[in-house]
Design a protein around this ligand. Sequence first.
Ligand code: ATP
Length: 317
Amino acid sequence: MITTHALRREFRRSRRAEPVVAVDGIDLNIARGEVFGLLGPNGAGKSTTMRMLTTLLPPTSGTATVAGHDLRRERAAVRRRIGFVAQGGGTDSAETARAELVMQGRVFGMSKAAALAQANELLDRFSLTEAAGRRLGTWSGGMRRRLDIAIGLVNRPELVLLDEPTTGLDPASRAEVWAEIRAVREAGTTILLTTHYLEEADELCDRVAIVDKGRIARTGTPDELKAQVAGDGIVVTLPPGAPGLVAPAVREQAWCRGADAVDDRTLRVYVDDGSRAVTDLLRLLDSLSTPVVTLTLTRPSLDDVFLTATGHPLAAV
Ligand SMILES: Nc1ncnc2c1ncn2[C@@H]1O[C@H](COP(=O)(O)OP(=O)(O)OP(=O)(O)O)[C@@H](O)[C@H]1O
């Protein structure tokens, strides 16, 4: 459904300035029917990739085929076949959901009657009929995000691109949006989404590409990616400031594969055998006069995959 080869985008602030490389040669191969996630921190190049794939931004170099059409030569055909939900959506608080959906249908050239019929069908499908006549300013964040997705489906696309579909939502609203995304997939639509939430990538995506500094560091199913990270993790909570101080000493130990201060109080240690290394770690911290507040043994997560693939944790970026 999407194939890209060495897709690249530079931005130049002025003629003389060095270009900023937002996307640095991305190769993607996304199959029909997949939910594919681009996982990366702010500034990784996810939005720029989405904007290129939706024809909103021309690539500096590289090639891509989207929904069966060449991204550079058949822009209109690409646009007809895809839906795009931008970060934060674009609905007007003073309008009603029905009005927004009808307007979008008219943008795609539908008659008034066809646009209204389609609007009602989508409202029904997204369980938004009851609120459809109320101004959007009175809606919850989760409802508005679901409407954004419904708007992205107005032209019955084969592929929908969702840029950070749940950023800023509370956990309950996020779960609502996830359910809607799963339903869209069940109906046969391919989905490409961006996220900086590890849990979202893990729960929702069939395959994930880890994006960092404009490049893809790893691609695979969440389980495949986790399987590539051997060993266990030990997460210890320490007094404020201690993780950064003790991490170098922990890294020197023969049983330690890596250690990072995730934040001011949390130290994450990578080991081959967690149950054995716990005793060694506690002994070491004791010898460094560092009291342990809590300790948890963990199996590899996408967080660990991110760290291994990029050299830094996602959360700390
Ligand atoms: N129009 C622009 N002009 C100059 N630099 C830009 C422009 N758009 C993006 N960039 C830069 O390109 C890099 C990638 O930005 P991009 O928005 O694609 O990242 P992202 O992963 O989508 O992050 P976010 O989640 O914040 O949108 C950043 O360093 C950004 O500052």
